[in-house]
Write a protein that binds this ligand. Structure first.
Ligand code: C2E
Ligand code: MG
Ligand code: MG
Ligand code: MG
Length: 282
């Protein structure tokens, strides 16, 4: 320990680094109580069709920290994964999202919206994950056909056979799957063929520079064609401009998510957005 401390000693005199480490350590310590103190909340981001009508929603967690304000999941989800807190947190996210779906269930419009929930590797691989999902479905009364779990490539490629078995068991409950951030990991086409997926999400990294980077445009087009060839749905993430929307649409993409159609928003705003005429005047 002394040896490495010696080698790393310089780091502790870098004030920025020190500050970042303090923040991380502080957040990590406070994360343990955040769930009990009800500091987490969910935001809802619409997924729309070519006419702008809301067809789905991605549920995104935020930490409303008493001193730091809103902390983004990009910062605390990795901490939650490291500490194991992702298990109770993930359970809370899923339960809250399912309760919401159950409330919408009898509404002709809101009840038809697909609810996408992010699931991290550690959650997915936990013992009794399938039973947990089943129990939550029963307890909340959510319609399993409206629940979609978002998994990442790295999760899917580790222990593929076990992953497929778990996915099949969940699928038997009626739950669907989206492959999140597609293109950023290392999925091979043969795995893609074997995995019981419903939807591929084009990572926003390819969408962002679509109009300036011909190679990103090619990748986006190829992912759309691939999804089509495999009879999977495709959702483009990070659609921020009309030009992005037009390009993706002209290449056959039919579902979109991004700031152009709405940022992640509080529940009442989302419900208003969903209830707006799904086919706005041109
Ligand atoms: P993700 O699942 O890929 O979610 C999409 C992210 O892109 C969200 O960031 C969303 O706010 C952002 N985004 C959506 N549209 C646009 C756009 O047009 N432009 C740009 N620049 N960004 C856009 P967010 O909410 O900060 O979440 C970051 C990541 O944290 C998520 O990426 C997901 O991996 C993770 N995460 C969020 N909520 C949960 C959760 O409940 N459980 C788990 N395990 N992970 C979560
Ligand atoms: Mg996601
Ligand atoms: Mg994503
Ligand atoms: Mg992402």
């Amino acid at each position: 320990r002394a040896k490495t401390a010696g080698r790393n000693a310089l780091r502790f005199f870098d004030p920025d680094m020190q500050q970042a480490m303090n923040r991380r350590a502080q957040l990590e310590a406070q994360l343990h109580n955040a769930l009990r103190l009800q500091q987490f909340l969910l935001l809802y981001q619409p997924q729309v069709d070519t006419k702008g009508g809301v067809r789905g929603v991605e549920v995104l967690v935020r930490w409303s920290h008493p001193e730091q304000g809103m902390v983004s999941p990009g910062e605390f989800i990795p901490l939650a994964e490291d500490t194991g807190l992702i298990l109770p947190l993930g359970h809370w996210v899923m339960e809250t999202a399912m309760r919401q779906q159950a409330q919408w269930r009898r509404d002709p419009l809101l009840g038809s919206i697909d609810v996408s929930i992010n699931v991290s590797a550690r959650q997915f691989h936990q013992e009794h994950f399938v039973q947990m999902v089943q129990e939550l479905l029963q307890r909340t009364g959510a319609d399993p056909r409206r629940i979609q779990l978002e998994l990442t490539e790295s999760l899917l490629l580790d222990q593929v056979d076990a992953v497929i078995a778990t996915m099949q068991a969940l699928r038997a409950l009626g739950v669907g799957f989206a492959l999140d951030d597609f293109g950023t990991g290392y999925s091979s086409l043969s795995y893609l063929k074997r995995l019981p997926l419903d939807v591929i999400k084009i990572d926003q990294g390819f969408v962002r520079d679509l109009l300036d980077e011909p190679r990103d445009a090619s990748i986006a087009r190829t992912i759309i064609a691939l999804a089509d060839a495999l009879s999977l749905g495709v959702v483009a993430e990070g659609v921020e401009t009309e030009a992005h929307f037009q390009f993706l649409q002209s290449h056959g993409c039919k579902r979109f998510q991004g700031y152009l159609f709405g940022r992640p928003m509080p529940l009442p705003d989302f419900e208003d957005r969903a209830r707006q005429c799904p086919y706005p005047p041109a």
